[in-house]
Design a protein around this ligand. Structure first.
Ligand SMILES: [Zn+2]
Length: 285
């Protein structure tokens, strides 16, 4: 970085541009540059206010100029549509897609410890809030997704599964407390976990079998005897939970209205589905 007040000559500027774009540089020079950078802490690390507002504005405009450049746009479009690309480039892109990198420096290394491993508080509360907002904006509306309402055909599905066979997802077994539970953008207020807990409880199973016994294991709608029988809540389960403001399993176990046998009826799967679909589908029965 030149000293303050130092003025670059045109020739110097041109040379710098080449260095920046790594144009006209020998392979050895590029290698040396990247070696020098490995493990080196950037000069502006942790510093704020390095650039004046004026400079930042200039940098922003320069970036915008590049992005608005028609040539650049065309090139990016070509890459995106895989038009006019050589077979070699396509192969490289494919390999990257299959998580096989050709460069030893960027490829996935076993036992490599990422810089943020075990560290918490990397992002401030404010930043996490902002990230959450962005995620909500991007994924909150499912209709934005390019595959919304579409399906892959059989051939594509087979190909996709072939690629994924034996591949271990990066997040397998990794827990992320910053985005877990009530901190996740899709958090619904602990609704599911409570109903699952209630459904798994001994009292629920007892309530179910009590209703089956009372109705002699016969569907009360069509009279079917065999097949899968369901114990249906006449007054919806979720409405009771909402009415009594039940938030914990203990409160649910102590709520008599939930376990009232008169609120249950034996139905076969078919009749249950019919009744459920005529009701609001989101309600848990
Ligand atoms: Zn029935």
């Amino acid at each position: 970085m030149p000293r303050k007040g130092y003025k670059q000559t045109e020739e110097h500027k041109e040379k710098n541009r080449f260095v920046h774009l790594k144009k006209n540089l020998s392979d050895e020079t590029i290698r040396k540059m990247s070696e020098a950078r490995l493990g080196k802490i950037p000069w502006h690390k942790g510093k704020t206010g390095v650039y004046s507002d004026e400079t930042l504005e200039k940098m922003r405009i320069a970036k915008l100029k590049i992005w608005q450049d028609e040539n650049y746009k065309q090139n990016m479009k070509k890459i995106h549509l895989k038009e006019n690309l050589s077979e070699e480039t396509l192969q490289k892109m494919r390999e990257i897609h299959l998580y096989k990198h050709t460069s030893p420096q960027t490829e996935f290394k076993k036992n490599h410890i990422p810089w943020n491993k075990g560290k918490t508080g990397i992002y401030s509360e404010e930043t996490i809030g902002k990230l959450r907002e962005i995620a909500k904006k991007r994924f909150g509306n499912k209709k934005i997704h390019p595959m919304y309402g579409k399906h892959h055909n059989r051939k594509t599905r087979l190909e996709m599964s072939k690629v994924k066979t034996g591949y271990i997802p990066w997040n397998k077994g990794i827990k992320c407390p910053q985005f877990s539970g009530d901190k996740h953008p899709n958090w619904q207020g602990g609704r599911t976990s409570l109903t699952i807990k209630i459904r798994g409880s001994f009292e629920y199973r007892q309530w179910r079998s009590d209703i089956f016994m009372r109705d002699n294991f016969v569907c009360q709608e069509c009279g079917q005897i065999s097949g899968n029988l369901n114990a249906h809540h006449i007054r919806p389960f979720s409405s009771i939970i909402q009415y009594y403001e039940i938030t914990t399993i203990e409160e649910a176990l102590n709520c008599e209205a939930l376990w009232n046998i008169n609120n249950g009826i034996t139905l076969c799967e078919k009749c249950h589905k019919k009744i459920k679909s005529s009701r609001n589908k989101n309600l848990v029965n």
